[in-house]
Design a protein. Structure first.
Length: 372
């Protein structure tokens, strides 16, 4: 046989073997799923749910093995989503911020169990002395007693005025999901770092984004976001808001720990991979992040709709037949997102959508990728 033909045949065989290897992906349980099947599922879901745009990544054994940037960034202009497109992470921000806080705890900037008022008294709630019990651990495990948001949560109007911060229960005694706690802790972190909520993002870049190779991730406005952010959509129409806010005085300069992270699937995957690998934190604090800090009541929406039985620090805990899944969802209305990871095999996924159907997509693809 001619040598060139022989070597070319070997090359073709080598490529075929490798293509076959890479075409087989893993679900979070470790079962196989083909690229073809995953592509078909995502395409069908995208079309049936009417998702304008999507940024999605699948992680196997601590590496991104599948990535898709699909659809359009704006239903009016029809501009395409690409790998550079930036989405609102919504409440996925909380997991990243929790890691940021734990980095600073490792550096002795603050302590998880020191009452936050000792670092920074909080005028917004000072009339209720119980707030002096609140710690960083309570904020990150949603046991502060704060409402989610003072302007949108239902309140006892006979006791509390519109826009007034209040406590639903004594801090540390129950679980109640709260973005307000993250606002207070952000102000504490800024104070302890001799910064403000407008100048805190560079410290996040230094402590988290750069070490974990998150090339596209910001909590405050940046030129890259302005150039590459996709438009949000609700009810099939473009939403005009430029930045997510929870307070009338808030703008894009704020470091919004609860829902202001702007990023995309590859950058967030780099964060999740670092998290699963235990990078950047002492073992004790890494263990604390994934440890059940509070058990959820079976009446909790997180238990009813997601199957979450407990909460760690910035992350929900979901038991399955093949082990523990750690997860978080995000909902800014016109932007919805989600991630799930399995630390035992370092598999996971993350998704970002620019519409109000992302939660349903997260439920559906989660069901596919959590099959035993």
């Amino acid at each position: 046989m001619n040598k060139n033909i022989f070597y070319n045949s070997l090359l073709v065989l080598f490529c075929l073997v490798n293509f076959k290897g890479y075409s087989q992906l893993q679900t979070l349980s470790g079962n196989g799923i083909s690229i073809t099947d995953l592509d078909a599922f995502i395409t069908k879901q995208k079309d049936s749910l009417g998702l304008p745009g999507l940024s999605f990544a699948l992680i196997n054994n601590g590496k991104v093995v599948y990535h898709r940037s699909l659809g359009i960034s704006n239903m009016e202009t029809k501009k395409k989503v690409d790998a550079k497109s930036i989405f609102e992470a919504a409440s996925l921000s909380k997991t990243v911020f929790a890691y940021f806080v734990l980095r600073l705890v490792d550096k002795k900037v603050l302590d998880l169990d020191t009452p936050l008022y000792r670092y920074l008294p909080y005028q917004d709630i000072e009339k209720d002395e119980r707030y002096k019990l609140i710690t960083a651990r309570m904020v990150l495990s949603h046991t502060t007693g704060f409402p989610n948001w003072r302007y949108s949560d239902k309140r006892d109007e006979s006791r509390y005025k519109y826009g007034e911060l209040y406590l639903k229960f004594t801090p540390g005694t129950e679980f109640a999901y709260s973005g307000e706690g993250y606002v207070y802790l952000t102000k504490v972190i800024a104070q302890l770092s001799n910064l403000t909520v407008q100048t805190l993002d560079p410290l996040f870049q230094k402590e988290v984004a750069e070490p974990l190779h998150m090339k596209r991730a910001w909590f405050s406005s940046a030129k890259y976001i302005t150039k590459h952010k996709v438009k949000g959509h609700a009810n099939g129409k473009v939403v005009s808001k430029a930045w997510p806010i929870a307070f009338p005085e808030q703008d894009s300069t704020w470091f919004d720990a609860a829902g202001g992270l702007h990023t995309e699937a590859i950058a967030f995957s780099d964060f999740l991979i670092g998290l699963m690998n235990g990078e950047g934190l002492s073992k004790s604090l890494n263990d604390e992040m994934f440890k059940e800090q509070v058990q959820l009541d079976k009446s909790s929406p997180h238990y009813i709709y997601n199957g979450d039985t407990g909460w760690g620090l910035g992350i929900a805990i979901k038991p399955t037949d093949f082990g523990i899944i750690y997860e978080h969802g995000g909902n800014n209305g016109d932007f919805q997102s989600g991630f799930k990871i399995n630390k035992s095999n370092r598999n996971g996924y993350v998704l970002f959508t620019n519409c109000d159907q992302g939660r349903t997509f997260n439920q559906n693809i989660g069901a596919l990728l959590l099959k035993k």
